[in-house]
Design a binder for this molecule. Sequence first.
Ligand code: C2E
Ligand code: MG
Ligand code: MG
Ligand code: MG
Length: 278
Amino acid sequence: AKRGSGRGKAHFFSAAHQSAILQNIAIEHALINGNLEDELYLEFQPIVEAGNGLPMGFEALARWRSPTLGQISPGLFIPVAERAGLISKLTRLLLTKALHQAGAWPAPLRLSFNLSVHDLSIADGLLPLISIITASGFDPRRLDLEITETAMMRDFAQVTQAIDTLKSLGVGISLDDFGTGYSSLTQVHRLPLDKIKIDRSFVVDIDKNPASHKIVKSLVALCRDMDLSCVVEGVETEEELKVLRELGCDLIQGFYFARPLSVDSIAGFLAGPERIRA
Ligand code: C2E
Ligand code: MG
Ligand code: MG
Ligand code: MG
């Protein structure tokens, strides 16, 4: 932001910060007053095998079209919903839709769904989710629940208990955005995880950046040692993919293979993924 307009430097909030606050207030207002059942929907991004590009499943990504604010990205509205105490409502609505839509996919395709840390509080978060999963008829063994590293570390004891409960249903647990938080390897080791998703920040320019290359190499080795499967997020170029294949990554998610797809375009993707990739 441009400074030095002569109005003094003692503003408590910068103009940019102030407009972010106003934006968040507008988002909260629209979340409270909107008809979320109609306005919220999902896109599904393929997660493919690194070797042959075949999809093993899709990650559900929340989308919101507000009649007053327009299209708002989840990076903006999910944090607002969390702070405003609205996230459990959103999660319930989105999980119900995701399981219903994934019910149309042929087995063994999997559904990945993002949870927020508030969804893991035993009484008001977790129990309703378990009912939704059970009532959906979707095989819980084909469901992966993604929890970010930051969320996991916020309340380790509670999160571990929630994960144990979820795992007893047969669902898989993925550690999302791995590498961006501050978890120690000892803590990760103690969690009953099935998958680790290596954050996109380590993949950008991996073909040109030796530091990223070393980090991803050791994360992939770590996954192998711990017997976890590993997904690399945010792969955009053929060069990045080539390096990741050499490093022995199992699974890839990124614009190179496919962008998040509308529910209506999934059947077409499954019939011929290369048409979308082209
Ligand atoms: P995430 O779970 O790490 O999801 C991956 C994000 O990376 C998605 O952004 C996806 O569109 C984006 N992405 C995938 N491949 C590429 C690529 O090759 N290049 C680039 N530049 N980006 C790529 P999106 O959909 O904007 O979601 C952002 C975040 O919002 C998600 O990050 C997740 O933390 C959160 N989120 C999305 N849907 C939900 C939801 O239903 N519930 C909760 N609690 N959080 C959600
Ligand atoms: Mg995710
Ligand atoms: Mg992620
Ligand atoms: Mg991410």
